[in-house]
Design a protein around this ligand. Structure first.
Ligand code: IPM
Ligand code: MG
Length: 361
């Protein structure tokens, strides 16, 4: 039987609850698809700071490198908010991305018809929206040097550097074209090349890569225009590829356009490693109450099956089971609306599992 090693980093806040739900779902996938998952847990984030003094212990990093994929809950919380940037739980996240060279962050954002009213946009504008943001994740102002706050003529000056090498641009562009080819074959590359040289290079390299993918339609948008088009014509987008900081901002926008944050999964992939996590945070205000929405994490596991284990069918089955559960009216409080059935994390998970088994038959 095929065995996959999964590093499980539950993290802080609602992290443990939503990851536990997801592990239950994966146990059912084992039975339905005759595979075996070996789950091994590691510490990350605030919990890791409390126990080891650092948000990403070496042991966790080693565990991730020995695994076929990493499943992560969420990190952070008020308890650690006053620590300096360098010591915060989020630093664990930034370090793991860099250490595992997870250069492409995939953030699908699609409208679930049963939840269409939770979008702030009119149903007729948002209906049918199904896009995927490919955000470069290991370069840009996030990591560029020089950086810091310095003194110049007795005044403070803050500096960060937007920096991309052509190889960094090329590899993420290749990923985006590959993904677009398997979807609706439309790629939007986002930059600010009317002002920034680094963006000019971005655009040039994306065009070079396009020569290998003539079957994919390519458009270029400036980031400010793209921000506008995302709310004007969201359903016209298929795959969007962009740099780290633009992608950080646009993927939040894409998320809100399609409705609930509690539904958004993500994958961060490189050539060797891959990490799967919900887009939302650790929601410390509702942690431990059994009401967190596990769907974003469950859908992240579905991406893991597709992208890391080649289990496309199993991944799609999870999506269908989630859709059916929503159609049947089950809602965690974050997506609840009148006339639907309000349930907690456990009940939502149980309903998804029930539908998984039914749909497989
Ligand atoms: C994200 C988050 C992170 C980022 C923060 C928490 C460091 O906003 O994953 O989008 O900016 O990348
Ligand atoms: Mg963000």
């Amino acid at each position: 039987m095929k065995t996959f090693k999964v590093a499980v980093l539950k993290g802080d806040g609602i992290g443990p609850e939503i990851v536990n739900s997801t592990l239950e779902v994966l146990r059912v996938i084992e039975d339905l698809f005759e595979v075996k998952f070996e789950f091994r847990e590691g510490l990350i984030g605030g919990t890791a700071i409390d126990k080891t003094g650092t948000p990403l212990p070496e042991e966790t990093l080693k565990l991730c490198k020995e695994s076929d994929a990493v499943l992560l809950g969420a990190v952070g919380g008020p308890k650690w908010d006053n620590l300096p940037t360098d010591k915060r739980p989020e630093k664990g996240l930034l370090r793991i991305r860099k250490e595992l060279d997870l250069y492409a962050n995939l953030r699908p954002a699609k409208v679930w018809e049963p939840l269409i009213d939770s979008s702030p946009l009119k149903p007729e504008v948002v209906r049918g929206t199904d896009m995927l943001v490919v955000r470069e994740l290991t370069g840009d102002v996030y990591y560029g040097e020089p950086r810091g706050v310095f003194e110049e003529n007795g005044k403070r000056v803050g500096i960060n550097t937007m920096r991309y090498t052509e190889d960094e641009i090329r590899r993420v562009a290749v990923k985006a074209f590959e993904i677009a080819r398997k979807r609706r074959k439309k790629l939007t590359s986002v930059d600010k090349s009317n002002v920034l040289e680094v963006s000019g290079l971005w655009k040039e390299v994306v065009e070079e890569v396009h020569k290998d993918y003539p079957d994919v339609e390519l458009e270029h948008l400036y980031v400010d225009n793209c921000a506008m088009q995302l709310v004007r014509r969201p359903s016209s987008f298929d795959v969007i590829v962009t740099g780290n900081i633009f992608g950080d901002i646009l993927s939040d926008e894409a998320g809100v356009v399609v409705g609930s944050l509690g539904m958004l999964p993500s994958a961060s992939v490189g050539d060797r490693y891959a990490l799967y996590e919900p887009v939302h945070g650790s929601a410390p205000d509702i942690a431990g109450q059994g009401i967190a929405n596990p769907i974003a994490t469950i859908l992240s596991a579905s991406m893991m099956l597709k992208y890391s284990f080649g289990m496309d069918q199993a991944g799609e089955l999870i999506e269908k089971a989630v859709e059916k559960t929503l159609e049947e009216g089950y809602r965690t409080p974050d997506i609840y609306s009148e006339g639907t059935k309000k349930v907690g994390t456990e009940e939502m998970t149980a309903q998804i599992i029930k539908n998984l088994k039914e749909l497989k038959r």
